[in-house]
Design a binder for this molecule. Sequence first.
Ligand code: APR
Length: 263
Amino acid sequence: MMDLIKQASDHLRKSAYAIALTGAGISTESGIPDFRGPSGIWTKNPEAERKAYQRYEVFLANPATYWEERLSSPSLLGDLDRIAPNPGHHALAELERMGHLKTLITQNIDNLHQRAGSKQVLDYHGNESRLRCASCHARYEREEYGLEGLRREGRLPPLCKGCGGVVKLDTVHFGEPIPPDVAERSIEEVEKCDLMLICGTSAVVYPFASLPVMLKQRRGSAKAAIVEINAEPTPLTREGISDYLIQGKTGQILPQLVDEVKR
Ligand code: APR
């Protein structure tokens, strides 16, 4: 494994524009379960997954019911205020500060990359600390809306302060389109990058999982390296989309990668 970490650190030192893609696996060492691993949220609770697949339809059909459900069900991720970023998050933030990592595109809604100090973060599946207008895509911090007060006064759903449209959680639900600004920015970043680090994702959820494929097709291996850091192989490994997999825990491997880059 140390050889692969050395190889990845060479790639980082030589790259002109490296980006990172992350998934739930990078947050498991912070105490948030992933979704499809052996103790994953969906693995343990298929009923919750079934309900998650209906969430966007409920929002479209009846936003007030959607909000009643959201406000009365605890987050599947647990109490995020009590959870801290781990060495994996901090390592990526440090690579950004060192100038080696230009952008981080995450599927995680837990805000832990930002809390670890990463600045250039694209929340591909939204962020649990924010709300978003379903019409104009304006985003708001949760605190800007007294949601419990609106609920007591029977004034759900919350409405956009700009266009008056219906506001939902910023979280992107199954079947919901990726917000256009994030989708466009992500493609721009993929087109610019010459190194993609993919950390802690099973790479089975689309369109996120198409980003590495897009890079491979557009730039080929010669011009862009794709490195996976994950506890297990994924379709990207099996289909030869990634150049190599560093198999193990992101919270252990990423700090070693930073040390190697510094050496
Ligand atoms: N270090 C490295 N890899 C890990 C670690 C760890 N500490 N912990 C778990 N993993 C790996 C698992 O082996 C698995 O391959 O991370 C991957 C997590 O995959 P998923 O649970 O499928 O999570 P993710 O890929 O982020 O899911 C994508 O699906 O449910 C939706 O919207 C949700 O954003 C999520 C999306």
